[in-house]
Structure formats: structure tokens, C-alpha cells
Design a protein around this ligand. Structure first.
Ligand code: FVH
Length: 289
């Protein structure tokens, strides 16, 4: 069994600590605002009054706070205790923030593993939880058995920014899906149709459309968006224009689809109307190949 410290006892920090306790680990806790450790202490955890005290109690320290400004502030408090120890930072942030913290932690002679949690607090420890890691491979290897208790553990490489990059990209996909659902629901709601009823049609449709993604991925990777004789960009630009016209006619806001139509038109206007819609990727990536 491992000695683990958890710094940050928000909804996610509490779920992580509870799971470690459930697995029989020795768990030490610290939170900026005292008084959040009660139920965990009742289950056997020990609460410290400073982040540094918590760090020296354990082989590995997991930080999970609101953002990187918060995790930097936690590290300020723990800095004196970090030498020779391992930090696993599961706070949501950008790749650049993760790389900067990795450098800072290395300068304090500690090992750094960054992580991105692909789960909500109730999912921690379930089969659906995934946690992405990058940074110190030695730290990942040393603690992977312990970390796997939280959810499937995937190591993405030595660059500390990779977990965050993948985390944010996965969340981008999720928000795109949610955006489509919210727009579609507003459209049918304009005629009094309930979202839960409409979802019976939308769910299978979205699942069927997932089947398009491998083909798009191939085109994106190759940079060749091909002549599409079935559903080309020009046809889909006209179709998306219809959706936006209907949206306005139904008295619904167009916030979520305006940017998509702008991209379709721009790509179509640049002479790619007979190609696949995957070509809009070339407008988003900004860098030329
Ligand atoms: N909850 C979720 O669904 C998502 C799932 C995916 C991963 N995220 C990320 O996890 C990080 C923590 O999120 P959380 O849900 O635990 O957030 P809160 O419940 O709001 O708790 C915030 C904790 O952060 C502490 N904190 C805030 N500012 C500071 C600071 N300057 N110094 C030290 N600690 C700070 C706060 O402490 P307190 O307010 O109780 O004193 C809480 O412990 C986050 O990156 C998500 O994106 C969760």
C-alpha cells in the first residue's frame, strides 16, 4: 500500500482521496480552506495544516485544484518540502502551463507527472474513468498501480504538456457534440417538441455520423480532402445556410452554427466546393503544411 497526499479537496480532490482510501492506501490531506476533510478523516485519512506537511508525509503528492494559478500557489506553499519527491498534478490547464510547472518542479529536485482527468467525480474508480498522464515516466511507472485505482491510466510521453493537450482536445470534441445537441434542441423546442423526445431521433443519428470520422481523419492526416461525389462541401454549405435561415425563422439564436457556416463559405469560396467538408480543418489549423 502507498502513502499518498492529496492537495485540494474540491469535488474532484475529495473523489480521488476517497478512492485511494477505499483501496487501502494511507492518505494525507490538505486544502486551502480547512474543514473539507471531515468525511475522509472519518474514513481514516489524516489532515495537515500546511501543504508542505502533507508533502513530506507521502511518496507521491496528487494536486487537484481549480486551475494552474491555484496549483502554483499550492506549490509555493509546498516548495520547501518537494526535493526528492513526486508530484502528480491533475489540475486542468494548458500545455504551456504544464510545461512551466514541470520545469519549476524539476528545479526543486522533484519529479513531475501531469495529468488530465477524463471523468466527473462520481466516475472516479469506475470503468468509464480515464486519466491521461505525461511527464516523468519513472514516476508513472512507480505509481501506475496506485493511479489505476482512479481510472484507466494512459501515459502519453515525457513532454509534460501532452496530457493537457489531449485532455483539452477531447473536451473540445465533447463541447462540439454538446453544442450540436443544444442547437438541435432549441430548433425543435421552437415547435414545442421536448429535447428528451427528440433525443430518440438525434442519439442514433449522431452515433451513425460518428462513422464518418475515420474517413475525415484520413483526409486531415493526408492533407488531401478529395473530390466528394456524394456529399460535397458546396452542397453542405447550401444545406447549412438552410439550417441557419430556418433557425432565424423559428426565432432561435444562431450563435453555435454561425462560425461553422463562415468556415464552409470561406473554404467553398476558395474553390474547394467539390471536396469533402473535412477541408475546413485547413482553415482552423492556421499553420500551412
Ligand atoms: N468536477 C469535474 O467534473 C471536473 C472533471 C474533470 C477534471 N476537473 C478538474 O479538476 C480540478 C478540480 O476541480 P473540482 O471539481 O475539484 O473543483 P472545485 O470543486 O471547484 O474545487 C476547487 C479546489 O481548488 C482549490 N483552490 C482554488 N483556488 C485555490 C488557490 N488559489 N489556492 C489553493 N487552492 C485553491 C479549492 O480550495 P478551497 O476553495 O476549498 O479553499 C478547492 O479545493 C479542476 O482543474 C477541474 O477543471 C474537474
Amino acid at each position: 500500500m502507498a502513502n499518498i497526499s492529496v492537495l485540494g479537496l474540491g469535488a474532484m480532490g475529495q473523489a480521488l482521496a476517497a478512492r485511494f482510501l477505499q483501496q487501502g492506501h494511507s492518505v494525507t490531506l490538505w486544502n486551502r480552506t480547512p474543514g473539507k476533510a471531515g468525511s475522509l478523516v472519518a474514513k481514516g485519512a489524516r489532515e495537515c495544516s500546511s501543504a508542505a506537511d502533507a508533502v513530506v508525509s507521502s511518496d507521491v503528492t496528487v494536486i487537484c485544484v481549480l486551475d494552474y494559478a491555484a496549483s502554483n500557489s499550492v506549490l509555493d506553499g509546498a516548495a520547501s518540502a518537494l526535493a526528492g519527491r513526486a508530484v502528480v498534478n491533475l489540475t486542468n490547464g494548458t500545455p504551456a502551463q504544464a510545461r512551466a510547472v514541470a520545469e519549476r518542479v524539476a528545479s526543486l529536485s522533484a519529479a513531475y507527472l501531469d495529468g488530465g482527468i477524463m471523468a466527473t467525480p462520481p466516475m472516479i474508480g469506475s470503468d468509464h474513468a480515464l486519466i491521461l498522464y505525461s511527464g516523468s515516466k519513472a514516476t508513472f511507472d512507480a505509481h501506475v498501480r496506485t493511479l489505476e485505482a482512479l481510472g484507466a491510466a494512459t501515459y502519453l510521453g515525457a513532454d509534460a504538456g501532452l496530457a493537457s493537450l489531449h485532455d483539452l482536445a477531447l473536451l473540445s470534441g465533447m463541447y462540439g457534440l454538446f453544442a450540436g445537441f443544444f442547437h438541435a434542441s432549441a430548433l425543435v423546442d421552437s415547435e414545442g417538441i421536448r429535447a428528451s423526445e427528440f433525443l430518440k431521433l438525434l442519439g442514433p443519428w449522431m452515433t451513425a455520423m460518428m462513422g464518418e470520422l475515420p474517413g475525415y481523419a484520413e483526409k486531415i492526416d493526408s492533407g488531401r480532402h478529395g473530390v466528394n461525389v456524394v456529399s460535397n462541401l458546396a452542397m453542405q454549405t447550401a444545406s447549412l445556410q438552410n439550417i441557419l435561415t430556418a433557425t432565424r425563422e423559428q426565432g432561435v439564436a444562431t450563435y453555435l452554427l454561425d462560425p461553422m457556416l463562415e468556415l464552409f463559405r470561406k473554404r467553398d469560396g476558395a474553390g474547394h466546393g467539390n471536396e469533402d467538408i473535412s477541408g475546413v480543418f485547413e482553415l482552423i489549423r492556421l499553420k500551412s503544411r
